[in-house]
Design a protein. Structure first.
Length: 228
């Protein structure tokens, strides 16, 4: 069933935002800075706009940023806060980030409620366009209830679920993520594949393979996860 609800936003227009503050305009603004709208939902009196990397091209944009070049810790988080903070100002909203807290914003719950992310067969979130590569760089709370888009199909429906058998050490085959098994593998003789290309489970998803994420970006995240 379509999830549509139209109301006034009550926002004053500026040069970048239309009077009705449409999601189409927000998506154009986000894509101009190599982010994309990964989902929207109503939360209390606001609309939460979830933002993730817009591919292909996100890694090229990020590595050209001052945050990447300055050799200071957490460059991607700092880039995200600057870039999403700018979008929030433009949209007359409030930027929200997964690292805000404690208490931490409920990004996992927001993702599920957006109707564009689901729990995959290996419990990780899977997204309709990013697959198992889904990551939320942040969100913007916009005052008022914007029109929500139509529901989309869950990509796991009808999928052969290669993610179930992709992990070399079956770290995601149990009910819980076996972190120690994963780390042991990453620090072992076969680590170059997962450390250099990204998690084998995430790579196995058919939607992930069409997303356009570069191996260099995955290696960056793997190094942050397993710096040793």
């Amino acid at each position: 069933m379509a999830r549509r609800q139209s109301i006034k936003t009550g926002l004053e227009p500026d040069a970048a935002v239309s009077p009705e503050m449409t999601l189409e305009r927000l998506a154009r603004n986000a894509r101009a800075v190599q982010l994309d709208v990964f989902g929207v939902l109503h939360d209390g009196p606001d609309t939460v706009v979830l933002l993730g990397p817009y591919e292909p091209g996100f890694w090229t944009t990020f590595t050209a940023s001052p945050e990447y070049a300055d050799q200071v810790a957490d460059p991607m988080d700092r880039w995200s806060k600057r870039t999403i903070g700018d979008l929030a100002n433009r949209w007359r909203g409030t930027a929200v980030f997964p690292s805000d807290g404690p208490p931490y914003p409920p990004f996992f719950d927001w993702a599920l409620r957006s109707g564009r992310a689901w729990q995959s067969p290996v419990a990780l979130l899977v997204h309709d366009t990013a697959g198992l590569w889904v990551s939320y760089r942040g969100a913007v709370r916009v005052p008022g209830h914007l029109t929500l888009p139509d529901a989309v199909a869950r990509p796991c429906d009808g999928c052969a679920a290669p993610c179930r058998t992709a992990c070399p050490v079956d770290a995601l085959g149990a009910a819980d993520y076996e972190v120690s098994a994963c780390i042991t593998h990453l620090n072992g003789p076969d680590s170059v594949d997962c450390m250099g290309e990204g998690c084998a489970v995430r790579r196995s998803c058919p939607v992930s393979r069409s997303y356009g994420r570069l191996a260099a970006q995955s290696a960056f995240h793997m190094k942050a996860f397993n710096p040793t």
